[in-house]
Design a protein around this ligand. Structure first.
Ligand code: AHR
Length: 616
C-alpha cells in the first residue's frame, strides 16, 4: 500500500540528551569475576563458602597435590580476608580459572602475585601450563618470614584457554590472594578490566553507566551490617566494602548464587565510567528487599547508617582530596572528582509505601547536603498494576525528579507499546528506563527493541535515560538470558540487540523532528535467512557448521565433506575445501551463505568448529 511520511525540519520537538542511552551493568552471569574483572584466578583468596553457593568449598577451583588446608584463625592476612591456605612442604595447589581454564595468548605478559608467610629460605615454584605442557617459564619466589606480597611476570610461549596456575612450596607456607592478571588490561590499568569486554562496552558510546545492579544491590541480610563483631558473610551490597587495597576487600555472597570478590569495586566502576565518557549512576540499597522478597527492615540506626554511607559515597565521588572520603579516592589514584550527578535509591521495590518512607529520608539527607544531585526513585518490579500505580502516585505527589521503570516483555509487546510514553504527564517525574529487554537475542528481538526506542526518543522530554539489561553474560554461568554481550574465557561477542544499542548510542540526535505517516508499511515477500562467517586470518578453517532453530531442528549443516557450493563470498580472499574443512587461503575474505526463507530462521543457534584461531 502507498504511505507517506511527512517531516518538517523547521518543526522542533524535544531535545535529546547526550546521556539518553546508557548501559546497565550488574554483577550477574559472572559479569565481574570471570568476566569484566581481568583476574584469571578463581577463588584467589580461598573465601568461597556454602554461604555463597551450597556446592562451594574453600578449595573450589583449586586442586591440591599433597597436604593443603584452608584455615581461618589468628594467622590470617587481615580481619577482612579471613581464610588462607596452609600448604605443607612439597605440596602443590593448582587453580583451574574460569570456563575451560586460564586463557593466555602467545607473547603476552601476565603478572602473578601472591601474599605468603613462610620461613626464610622457602621457595615457591609457580607454573603456568596446560595438559600439553608449559605455557611459560617456571618462576621461583623466595619467601621471607611474615606476610608479604611477592610478584613475578610470565610471558606466554603458547596460546591456550585451558591453562592452569600451580604453586608448589619447598617448606610449609601460608598463601593468600593468589593472582594472575594479563598485563594487557583495558587501558593497561592495574587491577584492571578485561580488554575485549571493556572495549565492547566503550564501543557502544554509552551516555551513562548504572551499576552495580539490580537485585544484587538491595537483597541480603541487611541486619548483618549493624553487627560490628567481626566480618559477617552475606551482607547486603555496601560500596565501602569494595574500595581500598584488594587484599583488604572482603568477598561476599552474590545475590545470583556465587561469590563476589569485590576486586571490581566502586573505584573501578567510577574509573570505567570516566574512561568511556559515561555519567556514573550508582544504585544504593534502600533497606527494603525487592526482587521477590517482601521485607522492609525496621531499624532506625541501620537506616541512618545507610543514609550516611550514601552521603559518604557522594563525598567519595565528588569531595576534595582533603575530605575523608575524597581522600580515599585520591589515595587510590584519582585526586580529581568523578562528577557524580545522579544516584538511585533502591531497586524494584515491591513494597511501595515502605520503600517510599525510606526513600524520602535518603532524599532529604542528600538534598540537604548536595542539592545538585538528582535522586532517582523506583516504580516497583512491574511495568503496570497496583504496586506500579501506587509507587508512581507517591513519586508524583512528592515531586520526585526521576523514577526508574523496568520491564522484560515479548517482542510483540515492544512493538505494540511504542506509544507508551506519549501519554505520560509532562509535569511529573522524568523516566529512567533502567532495565528492559524483549526476551530474546534473536534478530526479531533486536528489531522490536529498535522500534520501541524510536518511541523513547520521540518522548525524550519525559524519558531521560534508558538502558537494556542485563549487559554481560559468561556463557558457562548464566543466571539470566537474554543479555547484551556474551563471552567465555577467551572470546566475546555482541548480540543483535547489542548492534541496535550501538546504533542508537553512536547516533543520538540533538532534537526530535516530529513526523507523521499516512499508514503502516506492510512487510511482504519471502523472509530470507543468512549466516555469515567472517575471518581475517589466513589459514582459518571451519568444520561442522550447523544452524539449528530454537526448538532444535537443523536448518543447515555443512561438514565440508563435499564441495562448498552453498557458500558465496564477499570480500577479497579465497577459500578452499581441504581434508573435510573449509580453509581460508589468503587474508581479507568474508564468506556468507544465503538460503531461501523460513521464519524459523529468526530463532537460530549457530554451531561452528573453527580449527584455527582467527583475527575476529
Ligand atoms: O537485569 C536482571 C534483573 O532484572 C535485575 O537484577 C533486576 O533489577 C531485574 O529484576
Amino acid at each position: 500500500a502507498d504511505y507517506t511520511i511527512t517531516v518538517d525540519p523547521s518543526d522542533r520537538g524535544p531535545a535529546i540528551d547526550d546521556t539518553m542511552y546508557g548501559v546497565f551493568y550488574e554483577d550477574i552471569n559472572r559479569a565481574a569475576d570471570g568476566g569484566l574483572y581481568a583476574e584469571l584466578v578463581q577463588n584467589r583468596s580461598f573465601e568461597y563458602s556454602t554461604a555463597d553457593n551450597a556446592s562451594y568449598t574453600p578449595l573450589t577451583a583449586w586442586t591440591a597435590d599433597g597436604p593443603a588446608e584452608v584455615l581461618n584463625d589468628d594467622g590470617r592476612l587481615n580481619e577482612r580476608n579471613r581464610h588462607y591456605l596452609s600448604l605443607a612442604a612439597g605440596s602443590t595447589v593448582t587453580n583451574t580459572g574460569y570456563n575451560t581454564g586460564i586463557h593466555v595468548e602467545k607473547g603476552e605478559r601476565y603478572d602473578f602475585s601472591v601474599w605468603a608467610r613462610a620461613d626464610d629460605g622457602t621457595t615457591l615454584a609457580v607454573t603456568l601450563r596446560d595438559a600439553a605442557g608449559p605455557l611459560a617459564k617456571v618462576r621461583q619466589v623466595a619467601a621471607r618470614g611474615k606476610w608479604r606480597k611477592y610478584t613475578a611476570t610470565f610471558t606466554a610461549t603458547r596460546t591456550s584457554n585451558r591453562g592452569r596456575l600451580a604453586v608448589a612450596t619447598t617448606a610449609p607456607a601460608a598463601l593468600d590472594m593468589v593472582s594472575l592478571f594479563p598485563r594487557d588490561t583495558y587501558r593497561h590499568q592495574p587491577n584492571g578490566l578485561r580488554k575485549d569486554l571493556a572495549e565492547k562496552i566503550e564501543a557502544l558510546d554509552p551516555g551513562f553507566l548504572r551499576f552495580p545492579g539490580g537485585c544484587l544491590v538491595n537483597t541480603g541480610s541487611m541486619e548483618d551490617y549493624s553487627a560490628d563483631s567481626g566480618w559477617q558473610r552475606k551482607r547486603s551490597y555496601q560500596w565501602k566494602d569494595t574500595i581500598g587495597p584488594v587484599e583488604e576487600r572482603a568477598t561476599n555472597a552474590n545475590f545470583w548464587g556465587y561469590n563476589q570478590s569485590y576486586g571490581l569495586g566502586y573505584y573501578e566502576y567510577f574509573r570505567f565510567a570516566e574512561d568511556i565518557g559515561a555519567m556514573p549512576l550508582p544504585v544504593v540499597p534502600a533497606l527494603v528487599t525487592g526482587c521477590g522478597q517482601n521485607r522492609a527492615v525496621d531499624d532506625d540506626a541501620l537506616l541512618k547508617r545507610h543514609i550516611q554511607d550514601t552521603l559518604d559515597l557522594i563525598e567519595f565521588a565528588n569531595g576534595p582530596r582533603t575530605s575523608e572520603w575524597g581522600g580515599k579516592r585520591a589515595e587510590m589514584g584519582h585526586p580529581k572528582p568523578f562528577h557524580l550527578t545522579h544516584l538511585e535509591v533502591g531497586n524494584e521495590e515491591n513494597l511501595p509505601k515502605e520503600f517510599f518512607a525510606r526513600f524520602e529520608q535518603f532524599r532529604a539527607a542528600i538534598e540537604a547536603e548536595y542539592p545538585d544531585i538528582t535522586v532517582v526513585s523506583n516504580s516497583g518490579p512491574d511495568d503496570s498494576g497496583t504496586t506500579f500505580d501506587t509507587a508512581w502516585q507517591l513519586n508524583r505527589d512528592a515531586g520526585v525528579d526521576m523514577v526508574d521503570e523496568h520491564y522484560y516483555n515479548s517482542p510483540q509487546w515492544f512493538l505494540q507499546n511504542n506509544d507508551r510514553y506519549d501519554s505520560y504527564d509532562r509535569n511529573g517525574p522524568k523516566v529512567f528506563l533502567g532495565e528492559y529487554a524483549s526476551q530474546g537475542n534473536a534478530w526479531k528481538n533486536a528489531l522490536a527493541e529498535a522500534a520501541f526506542m524510536t518511541g523513547l526518543e520521540r518522548n525524550a522530554d519525559v524519558v531521560k535515560l534508558a538502558s537494556y539489561a542485563p549487559l554481560l553474560s559468561n556463557e558457562d554461568y548464566v543466571q539470566w538470558s537474554p543479555d547484551l554481550i556474551w563471552f567465555n574465557n577467551h572470546a566475546s561477542w555482541g548480540s543483535a540487540n547489542y548492534e541496535v544499542q550501538k546504533l542508537f548510542m553512536n547516533n543520538t540526535g540533538d532534537r526530535v523532528v516530529p513526523s507523521s505517516a499516512t499508514g503502516t508499511p506492510a512487510v511482504s515477500g519471502p523472509i530470507t535467512g543468512a549466516v555469515g562467517l567472517s575471518t581475517w586470518a589466513t589459514g582459518a578453517a571451519y568444520d561442522d557448521v550447523r544452524v539449528t532453530s530454537a526448538d532444535g531442528e537443523t536448518l543447515l549443516s555443512d561438514d565440508f565433506s563435499g564441495d562448498a557450493s552453498q557458500w558465496t563470498h564477499t570480500g577479497a580472499g579465497s577459500w578452499t575445501v581441504q581434508d573435510g574443512q573449509y580453509v581460508q587461503t589468503d587474508a581479507a575474505a568474508e564468506n556468507t551463505m544465503v538460503t531461501a526463507g523460513d521464519p524459523a530462521w529468526h530463532d537460530y543457534d549457530l554451531h561452528v568448529r573453527a580449527t584455527k584461531k582467527s583475527g575476529k
